[in-house]
Design a binder for this molecule. Structure first.
Ligand code: UDP
Length: 386
């Protein structure tokens, strides 16, 4: 008899896992997704009124340094070249982000060469901070107070709802600082946007006779799942345990939709860095697909807020109290029988798509080897150093 597996959640983790398991073993896979669509927070859909492909849960740009991941996603659909160039508004002026030579010269009204800009920023850096312990220290150490306050303090406070000093330095390390005029927001080798959107990629991933997807289907931990040989859970780890120890902190995003004729802001993403402006950014999605023509445009103004039980969790906060809860949930998860926890929500990490996909491939491979060698299945794809 074939093994039967249940995957909870049809985002990239669940879809990659389903695709890989059925490619490596003769098995049946059920995917349950509680939302009415595939794709998790990467879900894309054409807007009926403008025809623009909309990233329904905020902008997603595919980036990776790994050729095997790039080849893997391109095996499902065509990705077209797209370079993300972000603009930022600070005190009424517009600058390029990430901070690069243009930003530095414009902000300080100078004409520095790369070497001069580097030396200048060294004079602004707080050298008393030797090993930055948090977001704020990381910023003060590497770009100094002026640029930190102009571009990062207000935005981060709005985005995360706390002081930047409470956040890990890793969040700021996502964004490079450059002493040349390269204004690509990402530094990865491969970058692009799928021509038919991300949902189409996932539809292709799970197009297999052994995979069956059910939408609008909520998972209940307490129900009897004994007919499955194993469960792969990609939802929030605290929800799996019915929030027994309390809720992990997440930020969620509210999107205010707007329409305009022609071009609304001239670029995909405009960040609003001043604390006094309530929104964090405006994204205009037709600029993700410059190869398409649309007379009208659709844009989304983003507001960040704390997640209530009815909101969709976006960004894991990972404050000290959350980490304490995570320890308890991970310990409890490890004591489960025949359940694995995978992906952004089940591992409670801020992950990019390439990271999620790479981890799901590796996890499927590890699971299949454990099945073949009749050894214990892995519970999590990652270790946490608490
Ligand atoms: N950030 C900021 N100002 C900006 C852009 C980003 O302070 O104009 C900070 C903010 O804390 C944000 C983090 O950098 O959460 C990471 O930014 P990224 O653009 O990677 O965020 P994402 O697109 O994942 O929301």
């Amino acid at each position: 008899m074939k093994n039967r597996y249940l995957i909870v959640g049809a985002g990239f983790s669940g879809c990659v896992l389903a695709s890989r398991l059925t490619a490596l073993m003769d098995c049946d896979v059920e995917i349950w997704e509680e939302r009415p669509h595939l794709g998790g927070n990467c879900h894309t859909k054409r807007d009926e009124s403008t025809g623009v492909m909309v990233h329904e849960y905020g902008p997603h740009i595919f980036n990776t340094d790994k050729k095997e991941i790039w080849d893997y996603v391109n095996s499902f659909t065509e990705f077209r070249p797209y370079v993300h160039r972000v603009k930022a508004v600070s005190k009424g002026k517009i600058y390029p982000l990430p901070v690069n030579l243009h930003t530095i010269n414009q902000f300080f009204d100078r004409s520095f060469t790369p070497g001069q800009a580097k030396e200048f920023l060294e004079t602004l850096a707080d050298k008393t901070i030797t090993e930055p312990q948090n977001f704020e220290e990381q910023a003060l150490r590497f770009i100094g107070k002026e640029l930190y306050e102009a571009f990062f303090y207000g935005y981060t406070k709005k985005q995360w709802g706390c002081q930047p000093s409470e956040l890990p330095a890793s969040i700021l390390k996502r964004i490079p600082v450059r002493f040349n005029y390269d204004d690509n927001y990402h530094s990865n080798i491969y970058t692009g946007i799928p021509v038919d959107g991300y949902t189409a990629v996932m539809e292709k991933m799970i197009h297999h006779p052994g995979i069956h997807l059910t939408l609008d289907k909520k998972f209940d931990t307490a129900a009897d799942h004994s007919s499955y040989n194993h469960i792969f859970y990609t939802g929030p780890v605290d929800a799996f345990f019915n929030y027994e120890f309390g809720r992990l902190g997440y930020r969620t995003v509210l999107f205010e939709k707007g329409y305009a004729e022609g071009d609304f802001q001239g670029t995909t993403q405009m960040n609003y860095c001043d604390e006094a402006v309530p929104h964090t950014r405006i994204t205009e999605h037709k600029h993700f697909t410059p190869w398409e023509q649309h007379d009208r445009t659709i844009y989304f103004t983003e507001y960040s807020k704390e997640t209530t039980p009815s909101d969709i969790p976006y960004y894991p906060k990972r404050l000290a109290a959350d980490i304490e809860l995570l320890k308890k949930y991970r310990a409890k998860a490890a004591s489960q029988n025949r359940v694995s926890f995978l992906g952004r929500l089940a591992t409670y990490r801020y992950m990019d798509m390439h990271h999620v996909i790479g981890e799901a491939i590796q996890f499927a491979d590890a699971f299949v080897s454990s099945t073949k060698s009749a050894t214990a299945a892995p519970v999590f794809p990652n270790e946490e150093k608490f």
